[in-house]
Unconditional design. Structure first.
Ligand code: ADP
Length: 215
């Protein structure tokens, strides 16, 4: 998994002052900002770099710095919108539709996942099976060693999916709206889905943590 560099910063007093100066006087050169603050241009360089990288200021050669007009909330949501499914997806755990309920329980334990994606002999996605589906299967009085998992799964086309180029936000929204834990990342071929990845609540939490850790 790779994370995208995101800058979420809290401005210090001097940076706030610079921002105010540029807001009121921009476009303005680094030299002029330094003059107004009675500091040298060199002292200001790191602050100007941070303000520019974070998106508060923009700079044009021979014109100087100007205020982009973006609030920190706007900048944060711009950062989140850069998150794509492909940058955070994890490995999907897949099981064949004819596997027994018992086998499904074992795979779920061994691979430490909460959702299995169910495929047929052609590797097409046919359903998903969650912890609750397996609990239901275990409580139903059916023989878990012989009843195939496809009996208990949620079937395609009732499965929510996403694509690798989707915004991670789109996947997160589906997880919340449909009250599910996980979504398969798929490619569509001849009207069928092939599973290539997995987005789960853990994925979304990881993306949330990376917003701060990459600071
Ligand atoms: P848990 O069983 O741990 O509560 P979920 O909330 O993900 O896990 O599952 C609840 C129900 O939603 C289950 O019946 C499951 O088959 C179904 N489900 C899980 N993921 C999806 C999905 N991506 N699309 C449609 N249904 C799903």
């Amino acid at each position: 998994m790779s994370t995208i560099g995101v800058i979420v910063i809290e401005l210090n007093k001097r940076q706030e002052k610079i921002l105010q100066i540029v807001k009121n006087n921009g476009p303005i050169t680094g030299e002029k900002i330094a003059e107004k603050l009675n500091l040298t241009r060199a002292t200001l360089r790191p602050d100007l770099a941070i303000l520019t990288m974070a998106g508060y200021l923009d700079a044009r050669p021979r014109v100087g710095y100007f205020y982009t007009g973006k609030s920190s909330t706007q900048l944060l949501s711009e950062s989140i919108k850069k998150f794509r499914v492909k940058d955070f997806q994890s490995v999907p755990i897949v099981i064949h539709e004819d596997s027994s309920t018992y086998e499904a329980i074992c795979v779920m334990f061994l691979d430490d996942v909460g959702t299995l994606f169910v495929t047929n002999k052609d590797n097409h996605l046919v359903g998903v099976c969650s912890r609750k589906d397996l609990l239901r299967a275990s409580m139903g009085g059916q023989e878990i060693h012989t009843t195939p998992i496809h009996v208990y799964m949620t079937r395609v086309p009732n499965v929510s999916v996403c694509y690798k180029d989707d915004l991670l936000f789109y996947a997160a929204k589906q997880i919340i709206d449909k009250q599910i834990d996980s979504i398969p990342v798929v490619v569509e071929k001849d009207g069928h889905y092939e599973v290539t990845g997995r987005i789960s609540k853990t994925t979304i939490t990881r993306a949330f943590v990376s917003l701060i850790e990459d600071e």
